[in-house]
Design a protein around this ligand. Structure first.
Ligand code: 4LI
Ligand code: NI
Length: 183
């Protein structure tokens, strides 16, 4: 079971590496790790389990955050319209995105960052993501709003990018060009 003890925190170089492509088909071990990542997110959102194991709630997790430098991510959440997203993907890739941007007016948090970093994180408002699911089939997702933000945050981890890299250094709450808030 993945717990907070397994979560790599900012400052560790693994979070700044470009993660390796997973050669297909994924090994049983890679599938097992990815399943555990999705289960961690579910556990972290279960009040009783989270309390028992001291888990911080998250909606997305990328493999480098558990010290595995491979292109794997899991997400588990409901968007602001109540639509459910639960995905575990190998080699996820943004294949297209909007010109328009969006951001969370509340800012972003990250399980690897034990502090609040204030500011708007500009994200594409709409993206299309392709990847390979645990069953081996290709998945194609059209995402907008909060869902698009979560996937971009996690795919950034696979490229060694942290959310605060995107925050305007002069004015953290500078409204990004061409953007409307997601929330
Ligand atoms: C408890 C139980 C307010 C502040 C609102 C909490 C179940 C922030 C938002 C949760 C903020 C659940 C989240 C992310 C933000 C803030 C992530 C609470 C867990 C909201 C997820 C990856 C950015 C994702 C919306 C500094 C750990 N998650 N809130 N950002 N939730 N959660 N991110 N922003 N201000 N981070 O963090 O999983 S993309 Cl589900
Ligand atoms: Ni993160």
């Amino acid at each position: 079971m993945i717990t907070m003890d397994h979560i790599i925190r900012e400052g560790d170089t693994v979070l700044r590496e470009v993660a390796d492509v997973v050669s297909l088909p994924p090994s049983e071990e890679e599938k097992s790790i990815l399943k555990d990542m999705l289960q961690f997110l579910k556990n972290s959102q279960d009040e009783q389990i989270a309390k028992e194991y001291n888990l911080r709630a998250g909606v997305g997790l990328a493999a480098p955050q558990i010290n595995v430098s491979k292109r794997m991510l899991a997400v588990h959440f409901e968007d602001f319209n109540g639509k459910q997203y639960s995905h575990a993907l190998f080699n996820p890739k943004i294949v297209s995105h909007s010109v328009e941007k969006t951001y969370l007016s509340t800012g972003e948090g990250c399980l690897s960052v034990d502090r609040e970093v204030p500011g708007y994180v500009p994200r594409y408002a709409r993206i299309t993501v392709k990847g390979i699911g645990l069953d081996g089939y290709e998945v194609k997702l059209r995402l907008k709003g909060f869902a698009a933000i979560v996937f971009q945050h996690e795919i950034d981890h696979l490229n060694g990018i942290m959310f605060y890299d995107h925050i305007n250094k002069v004015n953290p709450f500078q409204e990004p060009e061409n953007a409307t808030p997601a929330d």
